[in-house]
Design a protein around this ligand. Sequence first.
Ligand code: ATP
Length: 434
Amino acid sequence: MDKSCKRIIIGIDDTDSREGMCTTYLGALLIDELSDFCNPVGDPLLIRLNPTIPYKTRGNASVAMCFNCNEPEKLIGHVVSRISSLARMECENTNPGVVFIMEEDFGKAKPLLSEFFLHAVRDVISIEEAKSLAENLGLTFRAFKNGRGLIGALAACGAMLDKEWEHTYEFLTYRKTEACGTKRFVDSDSLFEADLRTYPGTWDSVDRFNELVVCVPRSPDPVLYGIRGNTRFAVEAAVAMVRSEEIERSCIYRTNQGTDMHLMHTQGVDDVLDMHSYMLEGTVATASHTIRGGHSIFILEDDSGKTIDCAAFEPTKNFREIIRKLIPGDRVIVYGSVMESTLNIEKIQIISLAQLVENRNPLCPSCGKRMKSAGTGQGYRCRKCATESLETQSLQVKRDLEAGFYEVPPCARRHLAKPLIRFRDSDASLFPGR
Ligand code: ATP
């Protein structure tokens, strides 16, 4: 390698608005443009951060990429100018951030930034915290407007420096500029076929139970569709089967999607904070009730007797049927994010089922048939045999539910949530991938 050639990591975030653009598109565009005078190194990264952050446009994503480059100043100038011209600056909520890390700083930046990466996936970070970290590390960065995008940009750089995290892939395809905002054409049959042939190597392209295509967005951004999978090979194989409108470009990102990286163990409800995501074990205290809008909510009690509402919201569709079958005494672990003191369930492990006991009219000791009620508070009577009883009969009823894991369907899956199909028998932990 030429001595003047430097390795440079670039992290970018917060360039889009609900009306258009997408940071992953800008990443793909920059990889193509920078490749004219630099050499890309390794896979670009698509990092999903804390899914509860209110400033997010859609999926709280940031991107990072790495290049070998003889002309670092030219690279920096090009990236900053493309962000300035393409980011949706007019949107109040768009506050781009970009960070450049030169090879000589990798060593000193790695411990702090890899910690920051996990912090950004699990916690809530202030803009000041991000700025002072970038300054203390002496990094080259640019914070546009209020600079909130620095948080995601630094986190993505941390992910690039720290290779030791569980990862998956997403093959993203982008529309031609003139097509953006019009109805997308991606042939559904080809997506179902690609899924059939590559699942479980790829997942969440379609939702078979609800008969929905999941991998084609509806918003006016440049993404045409994205195929998620365990390996580069799997996503490439699926994309080769998809029929669609013409694409402008594509990019295969390495990502923390589908890894449960956002989830933290917690001992009990006392430790639970809003805007954080947990695995919480407890006992069902009340069966679920369904509120307006079709959301099902039950109360979970931890081992110290503290309680929290756990919700399966309407978009989780058929998953609510499982939640509605829970009864007091069932022992479960719930997985999900806490917002407004309610845990939004992404998946649930039913560890043990309580006995379901039903009270029935007693049997007549003479003829063996069920007695009839003799009127309120007057017990039971068999008219034929004239026998009487004051006691109901308690019967253990078979539960219409089994212990095990249950998850929301693909159409309701969050980017970071790990689909059960990705758990292996050898996954002793069944817990987040680090
Ligand atoms: P885009 O495609 O532009 O990245 P998005 O849905 O990913 O869209 P953003 O527009 O990036 O959302 O908005 C999310 C904002 O929240 C970014 O500025 C990002 O830096 C910031 N952010 C991400 N994670 C955290 C966190 N853990 N704490 C505080 N802010 C965060």
